[in-house]
Write a protein that binds this ligand. Structure first.
Ligand code: FAD
Ligand code: N01
Length: 528
């Protein structure tokens, strides 16, 4: 007899919803969470300017119409404090905290084939058993901390955007360095530039960014409240998991004036839908380059110094082959006198000293260094645990040459272990809330099915997994995305196998496949 029917690891949006769903069906479920409260991403990433890149009304749960009607989103793109309040409200509303063990990190998972259960061991020394384990550990929850020589010598303050102090940081009047210009870096830089004395940005690769046009949300919220069901249905069947019309025209076959008009319209609307303007932007480098050049043109309009504008213009990877940033005045920041850019391709960072950073020939002095250097994405949190199958083989070993899953939900050889938004599912290419809810609902249905049929073991068949890995690779190869040295490819982590990890076929297509598998009595899975 196991201690629990299900152990869920992680109390971000995925783990919270999974707990709610299972409890309502009478499963005994327990969540284990490393942090001291719910919220996951929005609990840890409290850096200035942190906010979502999907509109608030869509970056939210859809499972309870009353919650949808009652929660007020104050801005078009909610900021971190509001997203964290939302997570806390949900925890309170559905009384989730009573079944969550906080401040507890899961270290090992060991499968007992005879007992058909997992033993879950945590850093507090406790072991618990459960028939099923669901990893809701997040795609972007393990910070990447690149080594910089001399960092320990630095006498000033050091912060990581992904582990920002809960009490906040006073940066007013200080000389601040930011290393990293992905989404976290862009948001931090934009937010702190007006308050710091001097801001020096160390950039290795510039980012493509589209404007958010953020602002009060009254009208959007009022509209959403009249048609939430329609919005959600659309999103679930869409390519991206949010309301965005994916263009059906080919850019290369469209008159250039019309291309510019379409881009202009999407730019004026704001948000990530920009890159869905034409069907070939992600497939054809000629089309991609036209879109990229449009954005570079916008950067040139915003940044007064043409040389600086050029440095800020991405040229080394296709547009949208990394998640685009959604900005709120990022490029304009470089017109301020107190902001400067160091291109570390020209002036490499040699070392960090007691007083600052030596880059190229220059010794920069700082009071504060902020690292916005990203995450060991998609596989990082799973591989951080020692997960062992019955024969002692670890998931880490199995995935040494890249993750192998069936539908991004399970991995062969590791029965009864589910992943929410695991590798080889759409996850990070989508509105994550849509993808999280789909996976939670799918896993919940599967557990109900097993219970109803008197079964208690589920695992992908090896050939089904092989086919899915090949499908994921084939679909990615139809796009330009693998051409970027991105975290989608594992390229930001030294020694990590370079393989395109998300499923690029779209949220709606993925749902049709996942639904089909379930309807066909979990085709490709071995149940017993
Ligand atoms: P997480 O929120 O990452 O939660 C995972 C939880 O698991 C964490 O609390 C972690 O502490 C816990 N955990 C991990 N390992 C263990 C362990 N071994 N033991 C115990 N606990 C463990 N996506 C979007 O679609 N739109 C956005 O606008 C957006 N903005 C983002 C902004 C930032 C700064 C970041 C980093 C990501 C953003 N994302 C966004 C992606 C975001 O991660 C997801 O949208 C979503 O919040 C993920 O929820 P989750 O519950 O799956 O994972
Ligand atoms: O991380 P990143 P992030 N020396 O990996 C640089 C989501 N998110 O936290 O590109 C110098 O994108 C690195 O340079 P390079 C979203 O999905 C969303 O910003 O490797 N620089 C890069 O510039 C996003 O995609 C929001 O050359 C180094 C930066 O650090 C994902 O999370 C907000 C370096 C890392 O950028 C990750 O975003 C935040 C080194 N040794 C996050 N190592 C929203 O807006 C790394 N870099 C919703």
């Amino acid at each position: 007899m196991s201690d629990h029917d299900v152990i869920i690891i992680g109390a971000g949006f995925a783990g919270m919803y999974q707990l709610h769903r299972l409890r309502r069906l009478g499963f005994d479920a327990r969540v284990i969470e490393a942090g001291d409260d719910v919220g996951g991403t929005w609990y840890w990433n409290r850096y200035p300017g942190a906010r979502c890149d999907i509109e608030s009304v869509e970056y939210s749960y859809s499972f309870d119409p009353e919650l949808e009607q009652e929660w007020d989103w104050s801005e078009r793109y909610a900021a971190q404090p509001e997203l964290l309040s939302y997570a806390q409200h949900v925890a309170q509303r559905y009384d989730l905290r009573k079944d969550i063990a906080f401040n507890t990190r899961v270290e090992t998972l060991t499968w007992d084939g005879d007992g058909r259960q997992w033993t879950v061991t945590s850093d507090d020394g406790t072991s618990r058993t459960a028939q099923y384990v669901i990893a809701a550990t997040g795609c972007l929850s393990v910070p990447s901390r690149p080594q910089f020589e001399g960092l320990e010598d630095f006498a000033g303050e050091v912060y990581w955007t992904s582990r920002w102090p809960h009490e906040g940081v006073d940066l007013a009047g200080k000389r601040v360095a930011v290393i990293g210009t992905g989404s976290s870096g862009l948001q931090t830089i934009t937010a702190i530039a007006p308050v710091v004395a001097e801001l020096t940005v160390f950039q290795r690769t510039p980012s493509f960014a589209v404007p958010a046009h953020n602002g009060p949300n009254d009208e959007r919220l009022a509209d959403a409240r009249t048609r939430y069901r329609e919005i959600r249905e659309y999103s679930r069947m869409s390519r991206t998991g949010f309301q965005c019309h994916s263009g059906t025209r080919s850019l290369v076959e469209t008159e250039i004036d019309e291309v510019q008009r379409e881009f202009g319209k999407r730019w004026a609307d704001g948000g990530l839908c920009f890159s869905s303007a034409f069907k070939d932007i992600l497939k054809d480098m000629k089309a991609n380059e036209v879109a990229a050049e449009y954005v570079r043109g916008r950067i040139r309009e915003k940044v007064k110094d043409p040389q600086l504008a050029e440095k800020l213009s991405p040229r080394t990877y296709p547009i949208a082959s990394k998640r685009m940033c959604v900005d709120t005045g990022y490029f304009e920041v470089y017109n301020q006198d107190n902001v400067s850019l160091v291109d570390i391709n020209e002036q490499p960072i040699h070392r960090i000293t007691r007083r600052g950073i030596v880059a190229g020939e220059t010794r920069h002095e700082f009071d504060v260094i902020i690292f916005a250097t990203g995450f060991d994405a998609m596989t990082g949190a799973l591989n951080a645990m020692d997960i062992r199958s019955g024969d002692g083989r670890s998931l880490r070993e199995k995935w040494a040459h890249g993750p192998r899953t069936y539908l991004g939900l399970m991995s062969a050889g590791f029965p009864n272990l589910f992943m929410i938004t695991g590798p080889q599912s759409p996850s990070v290419l989508s509105n994550m809330m849509t993808s999280i809810e789909y996976h939670v609902d799918w896993i919940t249905r599967a557990l109900e099915y097993l219970r109803e049929h008197g079964l208690n073991r589920m695992e992908p068949a090896p050939d089904a997994e092989d086919n899915w890995v090949n499908t994921t690779n084939d679909v990615a190869a139809l796009t330009v995305m693998p051409q970027a040295a991105s975290w989608y490819m594992g390229a930001n982590i030294p020694g990590k196998q370079r393989v395109f990890m998300p499923f690029a076929g779209g949220v709606g297509t993925y749902k049709q496949i996942g639904d089909g598998v379930a309807v066909a009595h979990y085709h490709g899975f071995e149940l017993s």
